[in-house]
Design a protein. Structure first.
Lengths: 129, 635
């Protein structure tokens, strides 16, 4: 985190910015954690809109969260019966992603992001950073 | 269901008299209609667009299917406008794209709103490209391209710029596109980019589209449809099938259709085979199957009629083909016959040429032999000619000198005999010999022989008439003397006193007869010699204007070339008289050297010939022509 902050400071100094914006942070993060960014990009590359929305909800979640909670968080005004159906698919998809990527983890039927840098990388890949 | 089957709408009214939908697709459409509570709301724009697209794909001629939900759709559209119109500038790119999709599909689109959303979307993407190009999602760019193309909101320059960005992002190794710049190649991103290129610039981007298809097809053929994406992934299968439906073979497409149908539930599709159906996956699957033509069927009557037409046409084509084959076969046979005739003709001509060549070779050998003989004769003539160039006295050579010695000896004996005689009788070796028998036959020829040693003889011999005249004159004098002596025996004392010999008239007459005989012999010799010389003179004619050295040029030429093989000599002689003779000296030397090297003449002969050529080319033009003419005549 300190290193990243230093990078942001250096970049802002180079650009003679008094106050850096989010794009500088993103650029520095990408430079410092290219592997994490690539893993996150690949994770999101073939996702459907529902799963993408669920991943966005996961990124916003402070801790581990179940598939139904993700769907409820992402699709607030969808009827509950449909939320249940959607959560089944979301759970299935996230479980597949967890098996192929180190970014996601699961415990007690709840999904979480393994590390904070992966979380930010995922936010970048999902364009919510 | 068959032809004329009526598909009922929700209210049971006929939708289309000859339309047919498989039960699966029909149930899926019904599922979408039933799920409108999920998608028919402003917060679910993406799902609304997807569902409406799928339903419109299934029922292109519209609209009774939607009759039951018309009011709901109208409320939805109004809700969308109210929800987003005041905060367009705060919307993200994905929402702007979905808004544009929805607005552009309306019967009466709100152009002003569309324009403002278009501008906002372009601004959004351009800003992202400028600030964080690495974070741009190609799927999003592809979607934006397609929707802006449909609303005519994209300028050509901007479209080209985005297309170039897409083209630059293509992976060089194996093709395909990643979801974003830093990622691995993605089948979904690749499929959506191909779809966008197809919509925006199908001709200009044909190569890129082909490369994208060539990336997708092997993935499907090698791994199968079920392993696309994250595995058992209906979303990836539907995306890829929708694109390959327009680009691939029926084998691949059929396999994709089968795989997608196998993943279906009773009422639609879930994220994976047999998982609960969702609006998104059902819509995606319906769109893919519609792209493959699964919602379009040809009525049996039309198919039958078309089949009959095709059969008749095929039979006609087969008949034409058969006729064409026969015609070609006939033509080939004719052409082959002509070719065979030509071959036989050429063979006979070749044989004729072989015979001619053999005859020519024989003639060449004969000519070579004749040329050799002529050359030998020429050399002999040349030797003779060179001998004629010597003074006559020298031509007699040593033999003449020896003869002169003996004749002087005989003359001395004759004189001694003439001086020391007693009564005309010489005592010699115990024999009594009449001096006239010694002095007369020996002395007179000795005098003549002695005369040939004098320089003036050269002139005489050169002009035989003089010599002959001298002989006859001498003969005449002797005859006169002997005639006088015969008339008056005392008159003979003139000669007797001259030689101190008593010679009778009869002896003198005899001497005259001898002189006459000698003159006749000389005459015969000269006639023979004149015949020989005629040939020499002929040889000399061509060179008489060029000085005495030209014959030696000719001789040297034959001396040198005699050691060269016949054909090479022929070639060399031909080139000399036809080309080298007219060349400047330096050019001629180079040309001759080149010819000699090409004809593989050995080095010694080559040097000699080059030396000769150098001397030859130093002559003036007339001399060269004279020499070459002579060589040409004698070779």
């Amino acid at each position: 985190m300190t290193d990243l902050a230093h990078d942001v400071y250096e970049s802002g100094s180079k650009l003679r910015m008094v106050e850096v914006d989010i794009s500088v942070l993103n650029e520095c993060f990408r430079t410092r954690y290219p592997v994490e960014v690539k893993l996150a990009t690949d994770l999101c590359s073939d996702l459907s809109a529902v799963t993408t929305a669920a991943l966005k909800a996961l990124c916003r979640s402070p801790g581990a969260i179940s598939a139904i909670e993700l769907v409820k968080s992402a699709f607030l005004d969808v009827p509950e019966a449909h939320q249940q159906v959607m959560s089944e698919g979301v759970g299935l998809q996230l479980d597949k992603l967890r098996q192929t990527s180190p970014i996601l983890t699961t415990a007690d039927g709840k999904f979480d992001i393994t590390e904070s840098r992966y979380r930010y990388a995922l936010r970048l890949a999902l364009s919510i950073a | 269901m068959t032809e004329n089957t009526i598909i009922d709408g929700k209210d049971g009214s006929p939708l289309e008299s000859e339309r047919f939908l498989p039960p699966l697709l029909e149930r899926a459409c019904q599922f979408l209609t039933d799920s409108r509570d999920v998608w028919c709301k402003p917060s679910a724009l993406y799902y609304a667009n997807l569902s409406l697209s799928a339903l419109r794909a299934m029922y292109p001629e519209v609209s009774e299917q939607f009759a039951s939900i018309q009011y709901q759709l109208a409320a939805f559209e109004l809700g969308v406008k109210e929800a987003f119109i005041d905060r367009i500038s705060n919307l993200d790119a994905d929402t702007l794209i979905e808004l544009l999709k929805l607005l552009s599909s309306q019967t009466v689109p709100d152009q002003q709103l569309i324009d403002s959303i278009t501008n906002e979307l372009i601004k959004h993407i351009q800003r992202q490209l400028a600030q964080q190009p690495w974070s741009i999602h190609f799927r999003r760019v592809a979607q934006a391209l397609m929707v802006l193309q449909s609303t005519s909101g994209l300028s050509r320059e901007l479209a080209m710029g985005w297309l170039q960005l897409i083209a630059r992002s293509e992976r060089r190794e194996g093709g395909g596109w990643p979801a974003a710049m830093d990622g691995e190649v993605s089948v979904v991103a690749t499929a959506q980019i191909i779809q966008a290129l197809d919509a925006v610039d199908p001709i200009g981007s044909a190569d890129i589209i082909n490369r994208g298809v060539q990336y997708l097809e092997p993935r499907v053929e090698k791994d199968g449809w079920r392993r696309l994406g994250n595995g058992d992934d209906v979303f990836a299968q539907a995306n890829v099938l929708q694109v390959l439906a327009n680009h691939s073979s029926s084998t691949i497409i059929d396999a994709g259709i089968s795989s997608l149908k196998a993943a279906a539930n009773q009422n639609g599709w879930g994220v994976a085979p047999h998982s609960s159906s969702t609006v998104e996956m059902t819509s995606m699957a319906l769109l893919a199957l519609a792209a493959c033509g699964e919602n379009r069927f040809v009525p049996c009557r039309t198919a039958h009629n078309r089949l009959v037409e095709v059969t008749i046409r095929a039979e006609k084509l087969e008949a034409d083909l058969s006729q064409l084959k026969q015609g070609i076969t006939r033509q080939i046979a004719q052409q082959s016959g002509a070719i065979l005739a030509d071959r036989d003709k050429w063979r006979s001509e070749a044989k004729q040429h072989e015979r001619t060549i053999a005859e020519l070779q024989q003639a060449l050998h004969a000519a070579e032999r004749e040329a050799l003989e002529q050359y030998r004769g020429t050399r002999e003539l040349a030797r003779e000619f060179s001998r004629t160039q010597l003074p006559p006295r020298e031509r007699f050579g040593m033999a003449n000198g020896v003869a002169q010695i003996f004749e002087l000896l005989f003359l001395g004996v004759a004189l001694v005999c003439g001086v020391g005689i007693n009564d005309g009788v010489v005592s010699m070796f115990g024999l009594q010999i009449d001096a006239k028998w010694i002095s007369a036959p020996l002395g007179f020829p000795a005098l003549l022989r002695l005369a040939t040693t004098l320089p003036i003889f050269d002139k005489f011999i050169a002009q035989m008439a003089y010599f002959e005249a001298v002989c006859f004159g001498l003969c005449a004098i002797l005859v006169v003397i002997s005639f006088v002596g015969f008339v008056d025996s005392n008159s003979a004392s003139v000669v007797a006193e001259l030689f101190s010999i008593k010679v009778s008239n009869r002896v003198l007459f005899g001497l005259a007869a001898e002189s006459l005989a000698l003159a006749a012999v000389i005459r015969m010799y000269l006639i023979w010699r004149q015949r020989r010389q005629t040939r020499l003179i002929e040889f000399q004619v061509s060179t008489r204007d060029t000085g005495a050295s030209l014959p030696s040029f000719v001789l040297d030429y034959f001396n040198i070339t005699m050691e060269i093989p016949g054909p090479v000599r022929e070639e060399l002689g031909f080139l000399l008289v036809s080309r080298i003779v007219d060349m400047p000296r330096d050019v001629g030397m180079v040309y001759a050297a080149d010819i000699l090297r090409r004809l593989d003449v050995r080095s010694g002969l080559r040097d000699r010939f080059l030396s000769w050529t150098g001397a030859f080319l130093s002559l003036d033009a007339a001399s060269r022509r004279a020499v070459s003419e002579q060589i040409n005549r004698l070779k």
